[in-house]
Design a protein around this ligand. Sequence first.
Ligand SMILES: [Fe+2]
Length: 165
Amino acid sequence: MTTIETIQQGEAHPTLSHHEQIEIGRELQATLAELINLALLGKHLHWSVVGAGFRSIHLELDEFVASWSTLADLVAERSVAVGYSPDGQAKTVAESSELTDVTTGPLPDREVIQILTHRLIEAVANCRVRIASVGAHDLASQDVLIKVALALEEQLWMVRAQRDR
Ligand SMILES: [Fe+2]
């Protein structure tokens, strides 16, 4: 049994079955963990970036972190609404993360753009898989994940546009 499966369940839902609550909850929990991870990474990069692009990337990262934190709240509260208790604690988030560490110390702006591009591609791909699986049970929860995908894909566009040509 995974950590996610052992999370305490909340109230019954008016129409969703217990099985559906767990299926949806798991997908929302995975998205929550990914967004918290992104927000932590974003601050790390915000502090580490160096180079000619410092100011724009430094400021942009705070906008992204704010977006990821807002989305994490939206996803977590949707989870509660479907009767599944979200877990945003550091230990749970770290255990559910398959992301590799980023080095500490100064990071050239070009490298920061590469890291962000890679992480956003991963997050978008994961989110789109979850959109499909949640949609089989609950269109309202799917809508929340679509909001996440819209934001992540816009951010991916903006980051990719900054790559050297
Ligand atoms: Fe700051």
